[in-house]
Design a protein around this ligand. Structure first.
Ligand code: MN
Length: 297
């Protein structure tokens, strides 16, 4: 099932129709009161936690409700008020190798601690949805720092938990979506470099786990101005999705609706104002954003 948030944070189910993707508004079928305010959207976290409970009513509504072309609605970030965005570092071998060159160029040295798999945090306020603008901060541009694209498979946590074993980690996953981990290359702290507003585009919707499996075997592809920049299979992940979830939960309690970026494939590189980033993950969908530069008045 494809779960979308659209327009005034309505809940939609995306179905394949004669003219392409169509969306059915299933908000009224939720077993909880809907609240469009992302700051108080407890319904969203309840849906992530208790999706199995809500699913039959949502499926009935999706089968009966009127369909609209998905292109006629505004898709929003399929994450409302997550407690955190966890992100994996150094999780594809070829990317780890390329980062030696990137760090020599942008830092003048190699930081060996950044070459090991680990997890870090991005600010949830950096989230934006499909079609959004990624805004390059004026101060970052003025300092001459490169800002890079990292196109990643993103895990959406369903039932949360802590100290989750790898063997049952998928029971805690609602589904998967696509995300761009936009990153400033500079000597600053990693969380700050990745937490500017608009630096976490996520979408276009969540595909539930039953349709995606364990997150392996998916093809990630990113083009910039029509040029292929990143193309990888998630089979290349050093630490698999279940093990990422288990590891993250050994550090911090995962809450329903939390997002986990699974790591950058090789091919990271600079973005500039005016460029269009077009990302596709097989079996999930397409996420497109445009790059702009902050205007200082
Ligand atoms: Mn990343």
């Amino acid at each position: 099932m494809r779960l979308a948030v659209f327009d005034a944070n309505r809940l939609g189910i995306v179905v394949s129709g004669g003219s392409g993707d169509e969306i059915v508004d299933v908000t009224e079928a939720l077993p909880w009161a809907h609240d469009p305010d992302p700051l108080t959207a407890g319904w969203w976290r309840a849906l992530c936690r208790d999706f199995a409970h809500a699913r039959p009513a949502l499926e009935r509504a999706a089968a009966q409700g009127p369909r609209r072309p998905a292109a006629d609605v505004v898709l929003r970030t399929p994450a409302l008020g997550p407690s955190k965005i966890v992100a994996a570092a150094s999780n594809y071998r070829e990317h780890v190798t390329e980062m030696h060159g990137v760090q020599e160029r942008t830092l003048g040295r190699v930081e060996s601690w950044m070459m090991e798999f680990d997890v870090f945090l991005k600010a949830p306020s950096s989230l934006v949805g499909p079609g959004a603008e990624v805004v390059l901060p004026a101060a970052v541009v003025a300092a001459g720092h490169e800002v890079h694209h990292e196109s990643e498979l993103v895990v959406v946590i369903g039932a949360g938990g802590r100290d989750i074993p790898p063997d049952s980690a998928l029971d805690h996953v609602l589904g998967f979506t696509a995300g761009l981990d936009i990153t400033v290359r500079s000597p600053a702290d990693r969380s700050r470099r990745k937490s500017y507003d608009s630096f976490s585009p996520v979408g276009p919707w969540i595909v539930t786990r039953d349709e995606v499996g364990d997150g392996s075997g998916l093809d990630i592809r990113l083009t910039c101005g029509g040029e292929v920049r990143q193309a990888v299979s998630t089979d290349e992940l050093i630490v698999s999705v279940p093990r990422i979830v288990a590891y993250a939960s050994s550090v911090m309690t995962l809450l329903p609706g939390d997002l986990i970026f699974t790591g950058a494939p090789p091919g990271v590189g600079p973005i500039a104002a005016g460029e269009k980033l077009d990302m596709t993950v097989s079996r999930i969908g397409n996420l497109t954003v445009t790059v702009t530069e902050e205007v200082v008045r």
